[in-house]
Design a protein around this ligand. Sequence first.
Ligand SMILES: *Cc1c(COP(=O)(O)O)cnc(C)c1O
Length: 418
Amino acid sequence: MVMKIKRFLNCSIPRGIVYHKISSDIIALFMSFFSRLDDRKTIKQFENKFAEHIGRKYAIAFPFARVAIYYALKIKNLPAGSEIIMPPITIKAILDVVIDLGLHPVFVDIDLDTLSFDAQKLDQAIGENTKAILITYLFGIVPDIENMLSLCKKHNLFVIEDFSQCLNGKYKNKKMGCFGDIGVYSASSIKTLDTYGGGLLVCDDDGMHQKLRYLQSTLEQPSRMYLIHKILTDLIRNIATSRIVFHFMVFPLIKIMSALKPGGAIKHTGGRGQKMIKTLPQAWFKQYTSYQAKLGLKLLDSVEESDRARINNVIYLKANISSLPFPRGKSAANNVYWQFVALFENPIKAQEVMRKMGVDTSTTSLEMISSLSDYSCQGDTPNANYLYNNGLFIPSFPGLSMNDLKHISNVVNAVLDK
Ligand SMILES: *Cc1c(COP(=O)(O)O)cnc(C)c1O
């Protein structure tokens, strides 16, 4: 019945979704007022299940991916001014923790086919003072990680993988997060495993695990309101991107906004602060709650199912859109396409045409951290710049019907014909 109504209305298609049922968010919101937050056993259970799922010995739950990265670098005790190779595009908070530790970020440009470091430019960027590298798998595309790793090994770099956008992605049948010294996953809003925030660090090393375990225990309990706020944010996003609400309320608003300010509504979830922060906020350093862990235990079982649905959608779209420069990844790789991004010559025009035909799209809401004017470190990263400005998300999330997919391919083909 619901399906019939949707088809009848021919609802417009949002740029992305929250990976929860709205009913689950409502129940979680209600339960978060009463549930226990500090049950160590449940947190441990979730950590073990996550580690096993990825194929690592240990997982340690932190409140944010940025905090996991902060502690991973902290225990390495790198001398001040040591260089760390960074992706030009990621969340700004990661740049903030790196700078807080006294490290010097070096930005290496990406390869537009893998959205990860260009191997040649990476080789050129590694110097005597380079001690660490943060490899990020943007939008669920898997690069030639073996090649990259051998380069890192040669120079004895501490390797951190940020697989927040590539959970369950694989290279030669090994999951991302298993290649570096540590892997970090952010279980934040709109990710495929979303526990209303959280940063899961995975590793195999006993000594490192012990130190990180201790640091985890030094974190303060968060207030209940903090968790409630996070759940509420997800719920609102979830309702806003549900088809009927999106069609009748959100999309019309987006249309009005973009008419008032052409090109203004192009970012995924709105601009974020670009100012440099002086000290890391205390609010980042709270414990991951056992209520989140309890949800994670349940949600982890269904991630691969929703991955399959999304990947199949992407396969359909790739086959039915005439000619678009998509990032392809590598042949030995299993991409998960967290967001299916395509590069358009004129993204503002493309967005406008797609919007008129009922398909919402946007560029990434991540920050171009290699060119923030408030920071002293900058990098010349033209490919990343192109992806940042010209890469539009083509809706491909689970739950799209065959009619939706046909419509999306027609719309993108119409853009390309213009
Ligand atoms: C979402 C995301 C994060 C989020 O990190 P938090 O500190 O948990 O907010 C980090 N890295 C990437 C690549 C992401 O996409």
